[in-house]
Design a protein around this ligand. Structure first.
Ligand code: ATP
Ligand code: MG
Length: 251
């Protein structure tokens, strides 16, 4: 499997008996950031949930290999231990669990242990110090949730970040903060990222060369995210389907 961190081949996924993903192939190299665009309800979140192994997302056909290991039938926990991390589009509220304690769980510390200075540094950078002793996401604003999500992701030092709309509902300053920290982490660690975005704002900070449009399957691949954004703005998503039909088979 060479230098690919992620290989998804022929993936078909069902949720609640409904076929949501109909044949996806993705190859993501180590250190590469790859972008998925696509209209609402086209299956982008379902795809990253299936890659992470959420049990409702049932793989009917195909496989997912992560860092050379077939993880198709492995649990979320096993995938996470191998170095995969999902930052949710809509991070859930977790009543009764403080952000501080979740960070300890993320890095394998015990309840009585103190957080290391390195983590406090990141907490400060993400302007989350006053949130450490609050229940996770309870009463957090949309942007605060996204910052807390990125914090929990970065402390785990993942090899692959599945970033589901890291830029939605985030103000310009928080966007710069999140985007810059993720890109710095990618550059210093050689990690990879699969990024879902509608408008592509986060791509001002996270550098991605390859991208595609996803509509139950990958339908349209151009060389740069900017080309895809312009094409969608000019012609809409349905034009992607037309282009895909005209695309030579070997492209
Ligand atoms: N757990 C579930 N139960 C039932 N239907 C689901 C479930 N998860 C996803 N779906 C359905 O699958 C389809 C794809 O949803 P998904 O959330 O993957 O879309 P998306 O591309 O991420 O959309 P958006 O851009 O709005 O976030 C939708 O029609 C959605 O209602
Ligand atoms: Mg989604």
């Amino acid at each position: 499997m060479g230098e690919n961190i992620l290989e998804v081949e022929g993936l078909h996924v069902e949720v609640d008996g409904k076929r949501i993903i109909e044949g996806v192939d993705i190859r993501l190299e180590k250190g590469e950031s790859y972008v998925l665009f696509g209209p609402n309800g086209s299956g982008k979140t379902s795809l990253v949930n299936a890659i992470m192994g959420l049990p409702e997302y049932v793989v009917k056909k195909g496989f997912i290999a992560f860092d050379g290991v077939d993880v198709t039938s492995k649990s979320i926990d096993e995938r996470s231990k191998l170095g995969m991390k999902l930052a949710f589009q809509l991070p859930p509220e977790i009543t009764g669990v403080k952000l501080r304690d979740m960070l300890k769980v993320c890095v394998g510390l015990k309840h009585k242990d103190d957080l290391p200075d390195e983590i406090y540094g990141l907490v400060e950078k993400l302007k989350l110090t006053e949130f450490l002793d609050r229940d996770i996401n309870l009463g957090f604003s949309g942007g605060e949730r996204k910052r807390a999500e990125v914090l929990q992701m970065l402390v785990m030092k993942p090899k692959l970040m599945l970033l589901d709309e890291p830029d939605s509902g985030v103000d310009v300053e928080s966007l710069k903060l999140i985007g810059t920290l993720i890109q710095e982490y990618i550059e210093s660690s050689g990690a990879s990222a699969l990024i879902i975005t509608h408008q592509g704002q986060v791509l001002e900070y996270i550098k991605a060369r390859r991208s595609c449009v996803f509509m139950k399957k990958i339908v349209y691949c151009l060389s740069t995210p900017q080309e895809i954004i312009s094409s969608i703005q000019l012609h809409g998503y349905s034009a992607c389907l037309d282009c895909d039909r005209r695309k030579p088979k070997n492209e």
